[in-house]
Structures are given as C-alpha cells and as structure tokens.
Design a protein around this ligand. Structure first.
Ligand code: G3I
Length: 305
C-alpha cells in the first residue's frame, strides 16, 4: 500500500486526521486528506460551543460539512467531544446541579441522535482528570456540581442515544503509566466490573521534548486493552523534525500494531500549516503538503511503501 489509510487497513486499523471544515475548500488540503486518510475527527466543529451555543438550539452546519465529506469518501468519523470543561458556552457553567444534569443529558442525546449511525466512536467525556500526582478529577461545572457520577451518567445516556456508536473516554498525559493514567485505569476497571457502558479509551498522544513518547507506551495501551476495551491513539502529534521526529512516530505506530485492540491512529491535523501548535511542525505533511521524514517512517511502520 502506498498511503497511510490503505497501509493501516491492511493491518486491520484506520489512520485518521483531525479536520477543520473551513479548510476543506483548499484543494491541496482536501486532496491530501482524501488520498491518505480513512478516518476524520472534527477538530472543533462538534464541541459544545459550536453545536449548542444557546441552550437547546443546535447548529450542526460545520460539523455536517465534515461528516458529509467523510461519508462521501467512505471515511470513518470520530465524534469529538460531548462532555468537556473547555469550549463550553457560559450558560452551561451558570446552571444549578439538577438543571446542569438535564442539560448535559439533553446535549449528549440531541447531538448523538443527529448523527445516529454515522459516527464510529464518540469521545463521550474528555479530559476529566487532573495532571500531576493526585489522580483526582479536574474541576469543571460537571464535576463540581453533579459530582463523580457525571462520567457514568454521560456514558449511560450516550449508550441509550446511539447504541451503535463506540463510546470512548479520551485524555492526554495518560499515554504512559503515571498517577493520571492509573486513575483513568481504575475508573475503566470499575465501569467494566459494574456494567457501565464503555467501549474504548483514547490516548491523545500530544508529544514534545518535555513529554516524549513514554518508554512504557505499548505496555500502558496493553493494560487498558486487557480490561476489555479498545484503545485508540486519538490526537497524535510530535514536536520536532527530521530523524528524531520520524523515530518517535515510528515507535507510536509500532506500539499500536503490537496491541491487537489498538484499532486506529488519528493525527491531530493534516498539515503543519494548520496545526494547533502555532509555530510548531508536529505533523506528517509540511506547510506545502510535502511528505516529511515522519510520513515515510509512519508509512513504512504500517508496512506500506
Ligand atoms: O472560531 C473562533 C473564531 O471565530 C475567532 O475569531 C478566533 C479568534 O481567536 O478563534 C476561533 O476559535 C479558535 C478555535 O480553535 C477554532 O479555530 C479558538 O480561539 C482556539 O482556542 C481553538 O483551539 C482549539 C483548542 O482545542 C481549544 O481548546 C484547537 O483548534 C484544537 O486543535 C484543540 O484541540 C484539543 C482537543 O479538542 C482536545 N485535546 C487537546 C487538543 C489540543 O489543544
């Protein structure tokens, strides 16, 4: 195979990219996306502030544009994200507990039903744990007002809204074994033990020199998979350039391929030109859509040429 998506497919995986609706009209952007990737994640268009800026008034225009594009090309779509503390409209934080719970469940239900049957996996809850050694939950309107049970409630609501979609918990700094990933692990183990619906765990995998690919990355993916969930690399990008960057990318691909329940990899953007890391070069295609050393390394790790 000579593209990322086709090479990944030969290994039973998908290879995706985060996509922004406002770039789909740029011909090099669309051509690169369509040629190389077989899964997309809307980078911002499905977030709460994009789809429900005003309570119970839903606007799906930009997200629909991405989903239609993907469907037209036979690509999978990852839904990102239903319940997150960031990119949350002000009105949500202003609600009292009971009302907030209804608003959360209404949001999950309406958004998932709009896309019923068209989303392979949803990031139901994103980034609910703190960084550092506490293993504690992060403060957010959901955590602070509804309490620890908000995650379980979100997953139960999500299962009822679209029983066909895989339901994921997604976070960063959980890529190796540490206090934060241990806390997520304990939650997933508890969910599986009690029959709370969860199908997958997303490992964002935003790496840089301060936070490189962990030595125990594969081992950490494997311990989650051993709980009976799929694992996915959901927002991969790696700061740097040249051989060092290419080697790190190769290690990530090899780790996923070594874990049978690692079902796919998504890079957090098509091109360095539009990376969320403003001045960085963390992706597989350069500003002119040229293939970087990291691209060649990923393709070859996937078994392509
Ligand atoms: O759409 C507005 C535009 O109307 C406005 O004029 C402009 C001025 O700042 O801002 C635009 O919104 C920006 C938005 O991206 C769309 O481009 C926001 O300021 C900007 O903060 C936002 O950044 C996004 C970030 O999440 C927000 O938290 C990044 O694009 C997106 O890549 C990033 O993605 C997150 C994942 O969702 C979760 N994991 C971490 C990852 C990286 O931070």
């Amino acid at each position: 195979a000579s593209t990322l998506g086709a090479a990944a497919a030969e290994k039973g995986r998908y290879f995706g990219a985060a996509v922004a609706a406002n770039h789909l009209g740029e011909s090099d952007y669309a051509a690169t996306l369509d040629r190389e990737f077989n899964s997309v994640t809307p980078e911002n268009e499905m977030k709460w502030d994009a789809v429900e800026r005003t309570r119970n008034s839903f606007t799906f225009g930009s997200a629909d544009q991405i989903v239609s594009h993907a469907q037209g090309k036979g690509m999978k779509v990852r839904g990102h994200t239903l319940v997150w503390h960031s990119q949350l409209p002000g009105w949500v934080g202003g609600l009292a507990a009971g009302d907030l719970r209804s608003a959360m469940n209404n949001h999950i239900t309406k958004v998932m039903q709009h896309y019923q049957g068209r989303i392979a996996a949803w990031d139901v809850v994103n980034e609910a744990f703190q960084d550092g050694n506490s293993g504690a939950r992060r403060s957010s309107p959901f955590q602070d007002k509804i309490g620890n049970g908000f995650i379980e409630e979100a997953f139960r609501t999500a299962r009822a809204a679209d029983p066909a979609a895989k339901l994921c918990y997604n976070d960063y700094n959980t890529d190796g074994q540490n206090a934060k990933s241990n806390a997520v692990y304990a939650m997933v183990r508890d969910f599986k033990a009690r029959g709370v619906p969860i199908d997958c765990v997303g490992f964002q995998s935003h790496f840089n020199s301060q936070s490189p690919v962990p030595g125990d990355y594969q081992q950490n993916l494997q311990r989650f998979a051993d709980l009976g969930v799929d694992v996915q690399i959901t927002e991969l990008d790696i700061e740097g350039s040249g051989t060092a960057q290419a080697d790190s990318y190769r290690r990530v691909v090899q780790a996923c391929l070594a874990v049978s329940r690692c079902t796919g990899i998504t890079v957090w953007g098509v091109t360095d030109k539009y990376s969320w890391r403003a001045s960085g070069t963390p992706l597989l295609f350069d500003n002119n859509y040229g293939k970087k050393a990291a691209y060649t390394s990923v393709l070859s790790a996937l078994g392509g040429t």
